[in-house]
Ligand binder design. Structure first.
Ligand code: SF4
Ligand code: SF4
Ligand code: SF4
Length: 596
């Protein structure tokens, strides 16, 4: 077939399809979201979003036990949520091949940390494969399914942002039949009671030894001899591409694709064959630790930064002071740097109304945030909450936080804020405990009817699934009521109605104990919603405007102070949502209509 230009995520989808993957599940998270979205376009692959990464992996592991090749995809922090089934499946093994994609985010482009998930492979005792470009994403994921079945192990397929999102040429292969393996009841393998687990642990250790033997000769691990053996570089993933760019053909490389278990014999052979050994890797000294354990001195993290994303420039700066091999590449001309553009809530975003109302009650409340678009409400001028830690933590952490405030005599009510997708993901248990324990917390669900931040993926609350089928939308309010919280402590408001939203907040502040506000309005970027706002905008009457700047405090990117005037002058940005009209004390903002 003709080569095509694919991103790493698209190539993973292509490779999984070619490998006969029959079931795939994920929770959306940058940089892995596009894997499922693309895989869902291929025939004969049942693809769905799980309500969180643990659920997604459990869907996939169930399919594997049933005999299907199955894939679960998630961003790196999602693997923390899915760690429980991953570590257990390490013991149980698989039936149909099981591949777990972890897309790491060095540099925290869209994440709360830059954890290196390679460390999960030894912990979970599962094989790990790392591609370094799109073609390897396609071919390695096929190899990962084969490896999974051959060695009876889930395979951790570890990618990083640059591999996920960069495009390079891929030569599509011939798809394999999604042939099912037979299902035979096997409680001695899959019913992980303590008696079974003890036996399985021994088997897993034996399996890892066999896997390491294989890793020494696997085509996924290869030595590329350069013009000289003066410098040898051990590397994997995207770091291989950066190292090649900097050191070119002058150096020799041990390029590792099967990175757990690491191939001790191959590393020894390579290390003994070169004069100077560099280990170039992004994140933790994962490869370097192994090299040192094998007794070889090397240059690694003393020159290669531990924090942030690597690039060729960083490597050049780190290694050029060292003697360099012939063939080392010259610096590429510097690219122009884009001006910084801090992320903000979109113009017309429903969350802005919620934060505007909350901001008027700052003396009586303290906000706790979570992970999603609404997290942007922490920035000035909204400053809607004080902290956010990880997915689904706002309700549960607010229970403890409110206790601490009460004990120090701080009477402010804690408003814990998360979105509908996060509520389904991992917010529900925190709500259950807040209600059950009578916590003095107002749990706020900002229900915009979609997973917005990652690009509008369906949630359990939407009426269609990823594959476009009609499904039962799960009702957020019904779930809240099911906790037993009395109806008089539950309010559903339209956040673009400032007065009604504020009134609900006042009730929550006045009530001792748990309260729930569902702030419900769909994301303004949803196709149908955007259409309903089409051609609407607001404008400032300069005669009435007193320059009080109240409208600037809602942080809408469509409003600006220009040449001494407050203006709404962007015909594309303003949706005419009317929020600024409600905050203007002088009636100086009015609907402009649709005749721009
Ligand atoms: S994508 Fe939707 S929910 Fe997210 S900030 Fe924009 S309008 Fe708000
Ligand atoms: S109506 Fe006002 S708040 Fe709404 S998008 Fe336009 S400028 Fe922003
Ligand atoms: S809130 Fe009204 S009066 Fe004040 S600056 Fe904005 S448009 Fe002018």
């Amino acid at each position: 077939m003709k080569p095509v230009l694919l991103s790493g995520d698209e190539a993973v989808a292509r490779g999984a399809f070619e490998a006969g993957c029959a079931v795939a599940a994920a929770y959306p998270g940058t940089p892995s979201t596009e894997i499922l979205e693309n895989l869902a376009r291929y025939e004969n692959v049942w693809c769905q979003w799980g309500s969180n990464e643990k659920v997604a992996l459990e869907i996939a592991l169930g399919a594997s036990i049933g005999g299907a090749r199955a894939l679960a995809a998630m961003k790196h922090v999602g693997l923390n949520v899915a760690a429980d089934p991953l570590l257990s499946m390490g013991y149980a093994g698989v039936n149909g091949g099981l591949v777990v994609v972890s897309a790491d985010d060095p540099g925290c482009h869209s994440s709360q940390n830059e954890q290196d998930n390679r460390l999960y492979a030894p912990l979970a005792k599962v094989a790990m494969v790392e591609p370094s470009d799109s073609e390897e994403c396609r071919t390695y994921i096929r190899a990962a399914f084969d490896l999974s079945e051959a060695f009876d192990t889930p395979v951790l397929f570890r990618m990083t942002t640059r591999v996920c999102h960069s495009k390079s040429l891929v030569v599509p292969g011939v798809p394999r039949d999604p042939a099912m393996k037979p299902y035979v009841r096997n409680t001695g393998k899959f019913a992980l009671l303590p008696t079974v687990a003890r036996v399985r642990h021994r088997l897993v250790e034996e399996k890892l030894l066999a896997l390491e033997e294989y890793a020494n000769t696997s085509p996924l691990n290869r030595i590329e001899w350069g013009a000289s053996r003066e410098v040898g570089i051990i590397t994997s993933g995207i770091a291989y591409q950066h190292a090649r760019e900097v050191f070119g053909d002058g150096a020799s490389y041990l390029k590792l694709g099967l990175t757990f278990p690491l191939p001790s014999k191959l590393i020894r052979t390579f290390a003994r064959s070169v004069s100077r050994l560099y280990v170039i890797e992004e994140g933790e000294p994962y490869l370097e630790t192994k090299v040192r354990l094998l007794g070889f001195d090397c240059i690694g993290k003393e020159l290669v930064p531990l924090c942030g994303e690597l690039d060729a420039g960083i490597l050049r700066a780190a290694f050029l002071p060292q003697p360099s091999p012939a063939g080392q590449k010259e610096d590429a001309p510097a690219l122009p740097v884009a001006p910084p553009r801090p992320p903000v809530l979109c113009a017309g975003c429903p969350h802005r109304g919620f934060y505007a109302a909350l901001g008027r009650r700052k003396k009586s409340v303290v906000g706790v945030g979570d992970i999603g678009c609404y997290g942007l409400g922490v920035n000035p001028p909204l400053e809607g909450f004080d902290y956010s830690i990880c997915m689904g933590s706002s309700f549960s952490s607010a229970i403890g936080f409110s206790r601490a405030l009460a004990q120090r005599g701080d009477a402010r009510k804690v408003f814990a804020i998360l979105g509908d997708s996060t509520f389904f993901h991992s917010g529900i248990p925190g709500l259950v405990d807040a209600v059950h324990l009578g916590a003095n917390v107002c749990c706020c669900i900002l229900d915009n009817r979609i997973t917005a931040m990652t690009g509008h993926q369906e949630t359990p609350g939407t009426a269609r699934d990823l594959m476009g089928n009609e499904v039962v939308p799960v009702d957020v309010v019904a779930l809240v009521k099911a906790t037993g919280l009395p109806e008089e402590r539950i309010r559903v408001v339209d956040p673009l109605d400032l007065a009604a939203t504020g009134a609900a907040m006042d009730e929550a502040i006045a009530a001792q104990g748990p309260f729930v506000i569902v702030s419900r309005r769909p994301c303004v970027l949803l196709k149908d919603v955007a259409k309903s706002f089409e051609g609407q905008w607001c404008e400032v009457d300069q005669e009435l405007c007193r320059q009080c700047r109240q409208c600037l405090k809602i942080g809408c990117p469509a409003i600006a102070s220009k040449e001494g005037r407050i203006v709404i002058d962007d015909p594309v940005l303003c949706t005419g949502c009317g929020l600024c009209m409600q905050v203007c004390p002088f009636g100086a903002i009015r609907k402009g209509g649709s005749a721009r």
